[in-house]
Design a binder for this molecule. Structure first.
Ligand code: HEM
Length: 140
């Protein structure tokens, strides 16, 4: 039977960054993408202290976890805190996408303004060309 996996965005996971509510995101290895773990209840028991874990919230903490040289049993223990997977289809920093859209709008507005301001130049060139052509034909 297919199991339903809960998906969380990095933005959502990063909001759980306190002693009373602490989520971390770590690569689950195998075929899995990044997994989200609610380790709140383990913070006080963590042999490395709670601050190191809190410092690893709001980001991919795989390297931090691996660099600490955790034992096999620590890795197994970690799995018991898994609450879901990271939704990688959403941008990690959504503000970036929004601001780049805003930039595009700004750019097209600027272009429109320039067109409005300088429309006389191409019109004048066409007008002068027509006039010169007209005079030239009349001379003949
Ligand atoms: C990503 C953030 C984490 C960092 C930076 C970190 C760091 C550390 C460090 C530095 C130690 C060594 C403490 C010492 O020997 O004095 C340690 C030990 C340990 N940590 Fe973490 N830890 C993290 C997350 C976790 C999590 C989420 C779990 C389990 C749910 C965990 C389980 C353990 C265990 C069981 C030990 C004892 C040694 C072992 O069995 O490997 N840690 N950790």
């Amino acid at each position: 039977m297919p199991t339903l996996t809960k998906l969380y965005t990095m933005q959502e996971a990063s909001q759980h960054n306190t002693k009373d509510d602490c989520w971390i995101v770590i690569d689950g290895k195998c075929l899995h993408p990044l997994q989200v773990y609610d380790v709140t209840s383990y913070l006080d028991e963590h042999p490395g202290g709670d601050d190191v874990v809190l410092e690893s919230t709001g980001k991919d903490a795989t390297d931090d976890f691996e660099d600490a040289g955790h034992s096999k049993s620590a890795k197994e223990l970690l799995q018991s805190f898994c609450i879901g997977e990271l939704d990688t289809s959403s941008p990690i920093i959504p503000e970036l996408e929004i601001s780049s859209k805003r930039e595009a709008v700004k750019y097209s507005e600027k272009l429109m303004d320039l067109t409005k301001q300088y429309w006389t130049i191409p019109v004048a060139i066409v007008g002068i060309s027509v006039l010169v052509g007209f005079l030239y034909l009349h001379k003949k």
